[in-house]
Design a protein around this ligand. Structure first.
Ligand code: PNS
Length: 161
């Protein structure tokens, strides 16, 4: 059984994340989409809310499970029996940080491999921060977010400003 973890902050999950999650779910038997608890200092959505948002947008992917995790990613992956970490790569600017993280994880857990999936070009500009910026000024989010969660992001941003 091949088990993978797709880790991240997902604040909020974007169409770019969802594309990576779908493509990963087609390659592995079980995929844990795993949200780091206590990651960002001032997140827009709580970890519980982010778990709920991702569960809603992945409800048609039966081998995808959504959870929060704390501590080191490799320890969490071992708990789940996952031998693979999958991350999306958008541009060269992502590479340095992702490379460093994957080497650190390899140092800590030589038995776990990191796989990178290249973004769909359609989403290469996209990030959770960009989505929050566009939402703040009431821009069109229809190409950026899964349709089920657009209203949640608009409400949350509206409530904060
Ligand atoms: O969405 P992000 O911000 O790219 O996600 C980063 C994340 C959560 C994958 C990364 O920060 C992480 O794995 N944190 C857990 C702590 C850890 O294991 N650190 C060692 C690797 S540098």
């Amino acid at each position: 059984m091949h088990i993978a973890v797709v880790p991240g902050s997902f604040d909020p999950v974007t169409n770019g994340h969802l594309d990576i999650i779908k493509r990963t779910s087609a390659l592995f038997d079980v995929v844990y989409v795993s949200i780091l608890s206590n990651g960002a200092k001032n997140p827009l959505f709580s970890v519980e809310e982010r778990v709920d948002l991702i569960k809603r947008v992945t409800k048609d992917l039966p081998n995808v499970k959504v959870e929060a995790f704390t501590g080191l990613l490799v320890n969490y992956a071992r708990e789940k029996n996952a031998k693979f970490i999958v991350k999306g790569l958008r541009a060269v600017s992502d590479f340095e940080y992702e490379f460093q993280m994957s080497l650190t994880n390899k140092q800590l857990a030589p038995d776990i491999e990191t796989f990178f999936i290249t973004t769909n070009t359609k989403y290469s500009y996209l990030s959770s921060s960009i989505v929050k910026e566009v939402a703040k000024f009431d821009g069109d989010l229809s190409e950026m977010l899964p349709k089920e969660i657009i209203i949640d992001v608009q409400r949350k941003i509206g409530g904060k400003s």
